[in-house]
Design a protein around this ligand. Structure first.
Ligand SMILES: Nc1ncnc2c1ncn2[C@@H]1O[C@H](COP(=O)(O)OP(=O)(O)OP(=O)(O)O)[C@@H](O)[C@H]1O
Ligand SMILES: [Mg+2]
Length: 301
């Protein structure tokens, strides 16, 4: 296994992000606001979220009785498929994610999802963070959900272009339901635990893949590879995986992220490429176990 010579495409979480201007409540047309309030009742106030990159609409709307988080894209946006994926998987992931209350598809050209609002904050992934046990606990709860029989992505296909030998893909095949995008902006910490949000890339595959995806983000936040691997050791899926399977996944991701950063050398993508390369080097050669300085401000993915 080498870290180069990959046939690469640009098609997994984090690979297609461009920031976009958000549309606020006041900018929505009357039919769209009417469609939302038909579900929520009269809206008293609305606040657009400042984090996340993909959704043209990401806002909390407050009524006299509760708050709903509204996430939306234009129906002709190529990324709108992620809205449908989130709607499809949501009933199956309620032990780790906020409930989807409604889905509006096609009012005035918008596709909108209305979730229960989580009054939380983003996870802190730095070494020693008290958030990490909550994140691992959420990952363990997710690991207990049987993968539903739905047309979701398969790990052995998502990473197919990043391995040397197609036989290696057998290591990624499995029956676990995976989130795969452990960007800290996709983890909301609340008083009793962590919610995993933004199910744009639900995937069926080997159970160790989710802990591995978290490892990348922990290294990005300042863990050494060894520290990051120790942090996820509480996840049974990690301990049951073969060393070779993890090595194959690390190398595949280093190729993927290098291509992402080459296509669009945005600082967070370049940082992630360096991080994943560091982890792959650590896996293969047991070196480069120093820290990659965390990108500040942490806005990766
Ligand atoms: N149910 C919720 N309750 C409260 N805040 C939420 C909720 N869902 C999302 N958010 C906030 O909105 C931000 C963006 O949401 P989300 O990650 O789902 O969308 P996105 O724009 O597609 O992001 P990304 O760029 O990561 O794909 C989150 O980082 C979080 O701060
Ligand atoms: Mg997100």
């Amino acid at each position: 296994m080498a870290l180069s010579n990959a046939r690469v495409h640009y098609h997994i979480a984090g690979g297609t992000k461009t920031s976009m201007d958000r549309t606020d409540w006041a900018e929505l047309s009357e039919p769209v606001r009417h469609a939302i309030t038909a579900y929520t009742g009269p809206v008293l106030s609305a606040e657009t979220a400042s984090d996340g990159l993909n959704s043209a609409i990401a806002m909390s709307v407050r009524t006299s009785t509760n708050t709903i988080f509204v996430k939306g894209l234009r129906t002709d946006h190529p990324g709108v498929v992620t809205q449908h994926r989130e709607a499809m998987i949501n009933p199956h992931v309620l032990s780790v994610s906020p409930r989807l209350r409604w889905h509006i598809d096609g009012v005035d050209g918008w596709n909108l999802l209305g979730f229960d609002y989580i009054p939380g904050r983003h996870a802190d992934y730095r070494p020693g963070s008290p958030d990490l046990p909550k994140v691992i606990a959420a990952m363990r709860r997710l690991g207990q959900i049987p993968c539903p029989d739905l047309p979701i992505k398969q790990a052995e296909k998502r990473w197919a272009d990043y391995v040397d030998d197609s036989m290696d893909l057998e290591c990624l095949r499995g029956d676990a339901l995976l989130h795969t995008d452990y960007n800290p902006l996709n983890i909301l910490i609340y008083d009793r635990g962590a919610h995993i949000i933004d199910w744009a890339w639900p995937t069926r595959g080997a159970a160790f893949i989710d802990p591995a995806c978290l490892i990348l983000r922990l290294i990005a936040a300042g863990h050494t590879p060894t520290q990051a691997e120790t942090s996820v050791a509480q996840a049974p899926a990690w301990n049951q995986a073969s060393k070779r399977a993890i090595d194959i996944f690390a190398v595949a991701n280093s190729r993927l992220w290098r291509q992402i950063a080459t296509n669009d050398p945005h600082p967070w993508k370049t940082h992630m490429a360096a991080v994943v390369d560091q982890w792959a080097q650590h896996r293969l050669y047991g070196r480069h176990s120093h820290r990659t300085p965390a990108l500040q401000p942490a806005r990766a993915g």
